[in-house]
Design a binder for this molecule. Structure first.
Ligand code: GTP
Ligand code: MG
Length: 201
């Protein structure tokens, strides 16, 4: 899959400001600082398309990018960022949930998980919410350049065990690094495999 064009469309603060649902859409969600914006940049091979930062809480709006004039990539604010007030945190989370539930052109949601850590309650809760609402998703483990393949395999096993206690079938999982580009092709292939469902071809 070649990314021939990637353009920023708009940032929306409110759901009613979102662009029309005229293309199939793929959302990146996950805790603050997990690497959502960096992975979007890597997918598009563009350094500064989505704004990244070492400080959590960088992305505070819903950002739409149009890829190959055919599909949207959506960079969402991170959930669970401790340094903003509880009220703002809840508003963000509500906005993310409402977006995920109501966005009819949303073909798949990519839940980014930092591959260095053990399963975190907030991620498991988020995944459970998706399950309850029957929102299709893929788990995308990020920053795999930061750990050995041995450690990655161990962390994966812990995750699978934890999810296996709750889910009959394990969700799809991808392993990525925005730094090295590992997992990029696979992620792109997966995303674009859903496009025909939208276009009915
Ligand atoms: P918010 O917008 O705050 O929710 O964060 P985000 O999830 O968009 O994270 P962002 O892409 O801004 O990345 C956060 C930090 O992690 C930055 O310092 C990135 O350089 C770093 N980072 C992201 N992905 C990777 C990766 O694959 N490998 C390494 N080594 N660092 C990464
Ligand atoms: Mg971001």
């Amino acid at each position: 899959m070649l990314v021939q064009s990637a353009e920023f469309v708009k940032s929306s603060k409110l759901l009613r400001e979102l662009p029309p649902m005229d293309y199939p859409e793929y959302a990146f969600v996950g805790r603050s600082n997990v690497g959502k914006s960096s992975l979007i940049n890597r997918l598009c091979q563009r350094k500064n398309l989505a704004k990244t930062s070492g400080t959590p809480g960088k992305t505070q709006l819903i950002n739409h990018f149009l890829i190959n004039n055919t599909w949207y990539l959506v960079d969402l604010p991170g959930y669970g960022y401790a340094k903003v007030s509880k009220k703002i945190r809840e508003n963000f989370t509500d906005m993310i949930f409402d977006y995920l539930v109501g966005r009819e052109n949303l073909m798949n949601t990519y839940v980014l998980i930092d591959s260095r850590h053990k399963p975190q309650a907030i991620d498991l809760e988020f995944i459970e919410f998706l399950g309850v609402k029957e929102i299709p998703f893929t788990l995308v483990f990020t920053k795999i350049d930061k750990l050995t393949s041995h450690k990655l395999a161990a962390n994966r096993e812990v995750y699978e065990k934890e999810l296996g206690d709750v889910w009959e079938e394990l969700p799809q999982m991808l392993f990525t690094s925005a730094q090295t580009g590992e997992g990029r092709e696979e992620l792109l292939e997966q995303i674009t495999s859903y496009n025909p469902l939208f276009y009915g071809t």
